[in-house]
Design a binder for this molecule. Structure first.
Ligand SMILES: NC(=O)c1ccc[n+]([C@@H]2O[C@H](COP(=O)([O-])OP(=O)(O)OC[C@H]3O[C@@H](n4cnc5c(N)ncnc54)[C@H](OP(=O)(O)O)[C@@H]3O)[C@@H](O)[C@H]2O)c1
Length: 235
């Protein structure tokens, strides 16, 4: 039996990933920073709930104890993430972004991912088939951001793509350090969720395709890669 923890699984891509992995037979922990929303989501899914704020050491440590006491962990899906939007849902541009906004973005998307991964490493190392999926973004691709022919070129934000590019670097470095694990970064595609004011052009069902696939990656499957549903992406 495979046990999987998904951070930020009370809604959006995390929630749908939980639904799909439950259907695939995983025991799923719905991580949520809010107890009421998390419990409600877990109940709806028939999953387990664990309180987990990725920006809080004590919360993450308590989540490790809960998951460990219930038998351990095989798959970690680092899904929790934020994107700064203005009240009109516009992206915070290069001229507008402050150091503090950059710090807030990195606190969740990068430091949070490292905090959670580091804390769950001992459990993952005890698994016979450990897997980590880092939910990145197409906007993490530096080559696409710099290519006038790529749609990503037109994205005016700084903090979000920078944080997701850092997620990609973290993924590569972890994958090299832990060859016994499959550790990959994935790009769900532009998906209608609260993150973007539901302006995304894909459904969550479409968006989770690559997350679900990489959560079930075989032992001889890829590690240290960056993928969307169609295959490997340029860094
Ligand atoms: N939607 C897209 O087009 C798209 C494209 C590429 C990548 N992604 C990535 O996909 C992931 C999921 O995003 P989504 O689109 O599903 O957005 P979403 O619906 O806004 O979900 C984000 C989830 O992250 C949680 N979260 C935020 N900060 C957290 C924290 N400090 N601790 C724990 N959980 C926290 C949120 O919890 P609350 O409900 O408590 O806020 C929510 O459950 C993110 O990493 C995002 O960057 C999304």
């Amino acid at each position: 039996m495979t046990t999987t923890l998904i951070t930020g699984a009370n809604k959006g891509l995390g929630f749908e990933t939980a639904r799909r992995l439950l259907a695939a037979g995983h025991t799923v922990w719905v991580g949520s920073r809010d107890a009421d929303r998390g419990r409600a989501a877990a109940e709806r899914l028939g999953a387990r709930f664990v309180l987990l704020d990725v920006t809080d050491d004590a919360s993450v440590a308590a989540a490790v104890r809960t998951v460990e006491a219930a038998g351990g962990l095989d798959v970690l899906v680092n899904n929790a993430g934020i994107e700064a939007r203005k009240p009109d849902n516009g992206v915070v541009t290069a001229a507008e972004v402050t150091g503090e906004e950059m710090r807030t973005m990195f606190e969740t998307n990068v430091f949070g991912l490292v905090r959670v991964t580091h804390a769950f490493l001992p459990l993952l190392r005890r698994s016979t088939d450990p897997v980590v999926v880092n939910v990145s973004s197409g906007l993490a691709s530096v080559s696409r951001l710099a290519d006038p022919a790529a749609p990503a070129y037109g994205y005016p934000g700084v903090a979000y793509p920078a944080s997701k590019a850092a997620v990609n670097v973290v993924t590569v470095q972890y994958a090299k350090a832990f060859p016994e694990m499959r550790i990959n970064a994935v790009e769900p595609g532009f998906t209608a969720t609260d993150l973007n004011g539901r302006t995304g052009t894909q459904t969550v069902e479409e968006g989770v395709e690559i997350i679900v696939r990489m959560a079930q990656v075989e032992r001889d499957g890829p590690t240290g890669g960056y993928f969307d549903a169609a295959g490997p992406l340029p860094w």
